[in-house]
Design a protein around this ligand. Structure first.
Ligand SMILES: *Cc1c(COP(=O)(O)O)cnc(C)c1O
Length: 417
């Protein structure tokens, strides 16, 4: 065993030394004595973000006050940041806007897309989609009535075959937040379009972690968040994508003054702006938005294909280590075993998953837990290393051997898991 362990460590160090994007780690302000595998929930602070927030608050807000809307182009930030995000998800300029939360943006898309499918009312989604995605449909149904909007839920594995001529909108998350399973969007879009349906894709666990090609895949609408793999900071604004071909016809329901064609005319009558700007509603959170802008610097000179390769390399190495330490029986993998069907996380089922997670945090390794029994390890290839992967696997082995996960302290759960 010790020989195997020694090999694992040496091999991890060898892989780190050969990592073509190892340079990106230095862009982050990572706490010492911590290993962070929770970038799929909240990405860490980068030096660029720390600096930008200081500048935006001290200089722009502090000194230049309201003139900053023009002087520092605050007014253009939602579009500018949107265009930068677009580069990471295969969308050319003018189709992505950075604003609001995923939930709010989904509401805008659902309400705006339903009238485009000519009387069809079915919104088809998956049983284990992220709850807010389903709640937003339920809320819209409640508002406009079942005859105009009806949520139908199916198993993820049956989604493709459940699409038929009654389907109005397919609402899907590319990478399942619980299992990490990644579904094939191009196939889904082709089937939906063949039946006259439109597709809304949630990229919360995709953007910044897996290659996405919204235009090439002919996706109609998309949303995603910036505080996970894009490292924009807690509660940073989300993004919304409307394909150019739909922008004329699409109208979002939340008529806000900043989505108006001429906000500073202060007209009593709403007239939506041209293009993606119509998706704006109210005043954007400039400090957070500037943080997202700076956070995107971390992707400079990083090829998203290389990022993906490293992401899968890290997760495969994790599984290799688990196998060598004979922990596979105890930690049951619920993510797909085939790497190409995964996003950038591994999920394991264990009755004491919460206890394992807490015991790891106590030892300085941060992962997370999702009810009822899932331990999630999120791999962020911009900063995670193979050595961290190995140390984590080894520590899980120690936690399980010493039964630290059964500590009575873990019987009560924190509010945020
Ligand atoms: C994190 C996450 C969200 C979060 O939505 P907000 O409204 O931005 O809080 C939505 N969908 C998925 C799939 C997520 O993973």
């Amino acid at each position: 065993m010790t020989v195997a362990k020694k090999w694992c460590l040496t091999e991890a160090q060898r892989r780190d030394a050969a990592d073509p994007i190892a340079f990106a780690r230095a862009r982050f302000s990572l706490p010492k004595d911590r290993i962070y595998f929770d970038g799929n929930s909240l990405g860490p602070l980068s030096h660029a973000v720390r600096q930008r927030i200081a500048e935006v608050t001290a200089q722009q807000w502090g000194e230049d006050l309201i003139t900053s809307w023009n002087a520092h182009q605050w007014i253009d930030l939602p579009k500018r940041v949107g265009n930068r995000i677009g580069r990471l998800i295969g969308a050319s300029p003018g189709q992505v806007l950075c604003c609001d939360s995923i939930s709010i943006n989904l509401f805008k898309l659902l309400a705006g897309a339903l009238p485009m499918v000519r009387g069809k009312r079915q919104v088809l989604s998956t049983q284990d989609n992220f709850p807010t995605d389903l709640y937003m449909v339920q809320g819209l149904s409640h508002l406009i009535g079942q005859h105009a909007c009806r949520l139908d839920l199916v198993e993820e594995s049956a989604l493709l075959e459940e699409i038929n001529d009654d389907t109005g909108i397919v609402l899907v998350t590319e990478v399942n937040f619980r299992t990490g399973r990644r579904i094939s969007i191009p196939e889904l879009v082709a089937k939906a379009h063949a039946h006259g349906a439109l597709v809304i894709v949630d990229l919360a666990h995709s953007a910044g972690a897996v290659p996405v090609h919204l235009e090439a895949w002919a996706v109609d609408f998309a949303v995603g968040c910036t505080y996970k793999y894009l490292n924009g900071g807690p509660g940073a604004p989300a993004f919304v994508y409307v394909a150019k071909r739909h922008q004329q016809q699409f109208q979002q329901p939340l008529f806000g003054w900043l989505g108006h064609a001429q906000p500073f005319d202060f007209s009593p009558h709403y007239e939506g702006a041209e293009g993606i700007s119509q998706l704006l509603t109210g005043t954007p959170p400039i400090i957070s938005l500037a943080a997202v802008d700076a956070a995107l610097d971390a992707f400079q000179d990083v090829d998203i294909r290389v990022l993906r390769e490293k992401s899968l390399g890290l997760s495969e190495y994790f599984l290799l280590g688990l196998g060598l330490l004979e922990l596979e029986e105890q930690l049951r993998l619920i993510s797909p075993r085939a790497a190409e069907h995964r996003g950038s996380q591994l999920s394991f089922a264990h009755d004491d998953a919460y206890g394992i997670c807490q015991a790891l945090i106590e030892r300085g390794i941060i992962a997370d837990f999702r009810a009822p029994n899932v331990l999630r390890i999120g791999f962020a290839p911009l900063y995670n290393t193979y050595e961290e992967v190995w140390q984590t696997v080894e520590t899980i082995g120690e936690v399980l051997a010493a039964k630290e996960h059964q500590d009575p302290r873990w019987q009560t759960r924190n509010a945020v898991t």
